[in-house]
Design a protein around this ligand. Structure first.
Ligand SMILES: *Cc1c(COP(=O)(O)O)cnc(C)c1O
Length: 423
């Protein structure tokens, strides 16, 4: 039986599944879509949310639940909801908080796909975003907040800029405006960054990245901090009766798990982006070694960052744990045990020379991914962020010579040797 007081590395290994006498040691893949009940009354109680038994695997599933409980334990939240991808997790969070006519504020340094979702797709649902510079003053960011603002969103460690969020500033802002702070904690993972301890109210992850860690399974998760007052008057969807559930009020019924309860029973039920039991199984197994891997990813990335900094073919290196980084102080405060496994650097050349360089890498593969145990590289301007125009690229500091490296857990000498031969 795991306890709250155990170290996070122990929770990564043990939490989420506790077999009873003579049961399987590891969670089984329960592929069944449905569950059998003895009486009509028993199943009716589940439909009325009086009983939490599994009823249909779109809404919950025993294998998926093991993963959810492991992540809840790692983040120190009150509950979790797993979804089919990181994007499903992010969009479910937004739909759980915003209706047509609502507005939210987001830091502008984001995963490219999140920028598209916020700026283009949500606009079609009449949900409006204002992007802010996360390094602007609190007064400047405050100006973006309106009466219909429902949340503030930011990444703890940004992709691909490697900027560290000033949690103190953002949590002050959300508290003074009675808004939830939603943090995408994909890059540092709960091993390296503890958003709930720094004022976050909801955490989202693309588990596709480091949590799975082996590039086998798409997935996402939402974690409820259980630390937000949904009854503060700004969130009628949490306090008013829901006609689709016999007039239930999520805040009155579920209190500290109201956020994930509503996300599951309204948004997941209706939009249907559930995680498959097989992907949950793979992600659960990957996650068991998360603490070990994050330590190694961070150590290797810092060593490669220092090597690149010393090479004349390299114009600049961005990695928050480098003393030369403008985020070094914030990284010591919020990422004390390592700055994760991704760095960015500028190759000393134009866009064509930059592409030629990455084509020469052998061990490091060109793969549109981060967080894998294998080292990989991308060229954001021509790959992950190519949908953005020149102005948008400039705004989030993506240059034509920028290369993003996701540093794996291979031996560091071999990783450095590969970059050395290509440079
Ligand atoms: C990849 C990623 C996402 C989207 O996740 P998918 O699992 O690919 O849908 C969201 N946020 C961040 C920071 C990411 O790196």
């Amino acid at each position: 039986m795991y306890q709250k007081t155990l170290n996070i590395a122990t929770k990564a290994v043990q939490a989420g599944y506790n077999p009873k006498n003579a049961e399987a040691r590891v969670p089984s893949i329960i592929q069944s879509t449905t569950y059998k009940f003895d009486t009509a009354e028993q199943i009716a109680d589940v439909f009325d949310l009086k009983d939490t038994a599994h009823i249909y695997s779109r809404i919950s599933n025993p294998t998926v639940q093991c993963l959810e409980e492991k992540i809840t334990s790692l983040e120190g939240g009150s509950g979790s909801l797993a979804l089919s991808s990181g994007h499903a997790a992010v969009s479910t969070v937004i739909f759980n908080l915003c209706s047509s006519g609502d507005h939210f504020v987001s830091a502008k340094s984001l995963y490219g796909g999140t920028i598209n979702l916020f700026a283009q797709t949500l606009k079609k649902f009449n949900i409006e975003v204002t992007f802010v510079d996360q390094d602007a003053s609190i007064e400047e960011i405050q100006k973006a907040i309106r009466p219909n603002t429902k949340l503030i969103f930011a990444e703890s460690l940004t992709n691909p800029g490697m900027e560290v969020l000033d949690f103190e500033k953002f949590s002050k802002l959300t508290q003074q405006n009675k808004l939830p702070l939603v943090i995408d904690n994909t890059f540092p993972t709960p091993i390296l960054c503890r958003p709930f301890e720094h004022g976050a109210n909801v955490i989202v992850h693309s588990t596709t990245k480091f949590i799975d860690g082996h590039a086998t399974s798409l997935g996402g998760v939402i974690v409820d901090g259980g630390n937000f007052d949904w009854g503060n008057g700004n969130f009628p969807d949490f306090t008013e009766p829901d006609p689709s559930y016999h007039g239930i009020s999520y805040w009155a019924e579920f209190k500290e798990t109201a956020f994930v309860a509503k996300a599951r029973t309204q948004i997941l039920r209706d939009l249907g982006a559930c995680l498959s039991p097989f992907n949950a199984f793979m992600t659960y197994h990957g996650c068991q070694t998360l603490a070990l891997r994050m330590e190694k990813h961070s150590e290797n990335t810092l060593a490669l960052a220092k090597y690149l900094e010393s090479n004349s073919k390299v114009e600049w290196v961005k990695y928050a744990a480098l003393e030369s980084s403008e985020y070094y102080k914030l990284s010591k405060k919020y990422l004390p045990n390592g700055a994760s496994g991704v760095l960015a650097f500028g190759y000393n050349g134009d866009i064509e020379q930059t592409k030629t360089f990455i084509n020469k890498l052998k061990l490091a593969n060109i793969v549109v991914h981060v967080g894998d145990i294998r080292t990989s590289v991308v060229h954001p301007a021509s790959m992950t962020h190519r949908q953005l125009n020149q102005k948008q690229l400039k705004e989030i500091n993506i240059t034509a010579n920028m290369i993003r490296v996701s540093v794996g857990i291979e031996h560091i000498d071999d990783i450095i040797a590969d970059f050395k031969q290509a440079l």
